[in-house]
Design a protein around this ligand. Structure first.
Ligand code: 5GP
Ligand code: MG
Ligand code: MG
Length: 179
């Protein structure tokens, strides 16, 4: 049943499953034998990461990182603070950064700089959603699930004020919910 706060479903549960499966196959091929460290950017990418890594048939390791750039609202601040760092050393490792959505690109840009500084062997980005029109830094994902229009979306890990992460689909909120 559709959540009453959702105006429109952009990507259904079934559609997301297909997209994630496709990304999983591509990553399996790319990372076979490399034992990549798959880094989930909390919390938005959690659902995506758990589904994506189950669609990857190669050996891999998981780790989590929490950075703040959005706070409770809807606009990126440009400043990125580490709230939870990785448990694993990235030196010499092949990194796959998993993101829910790339918007301005600031969050990922800072993470990439950090992991380069820490001497990762390689860094690739996989994002479920890409909002290209909103980019303010020069950053491109290596694997993209779908390109999204410039609308604020929730569901499948994505929140508004910590709500709606558990929706199995991705949708657009009704205006009255955030205004
Ligand atoms: P960026 O640094 O690229 O501007 O911001 C990336 C982060 O902002 C995403 O990982 C996500 O947490 C949040 N974000 C950007 N666009 C949206 C959106 O449309 N919906 C939600 N729920 N979060 C978004
Ligand atoms: Mg995110
Ligand atoms: Mg958020």
């Amino acid at each position: 049943m559709l959540h009453p706060d959702i105006k429109e479903v952009l990507y259904s549960e079934e559609y997301i499953k297909e997209v994630v499966k496709g990304l999983g196959s591509q990553l399996t091929e790319a990372y076979e034998g490399k034992n990549p460290l798959v880094i989930c950017v909390l919390k938005g990418a959690v659902m995506f990461m758990t589904d994506l890594t189950r669609a990857m048939a190669c050996d891999l390791e998981l780790d989590f990182m929490d950075v703040s750039s959005y706070g409770a609202g809807m606009e990126s601040s440009g400043e990125v603070k580490i709230l939870k760092d990785l448990d694993t050393s990235v030196e010499g490792r092949h990194l796959v950064i998993v993101e829910d959505i790339i918007d301005t690109g600031r969050t990922l840009n800072s993470l990439i700089e950090l992991f380069k500084y820490r001497k990762a062997a390689s860094i690739q980005i996989v994002t479920l959603l890409d909002k290209k029109e909103r980019r303010v830094v020069d950053l491109q994902a290596d694997y993209i699930g779908v390109n999204v229009p410039d609308e604020f979306v929730v569901g499948y890990g994505l929140d508004f004020n910590e709500k709606y992460r558990n929706l199995p689909y991705i949708g657009v909120l009704k205006k009255e919910v955030y205004e």
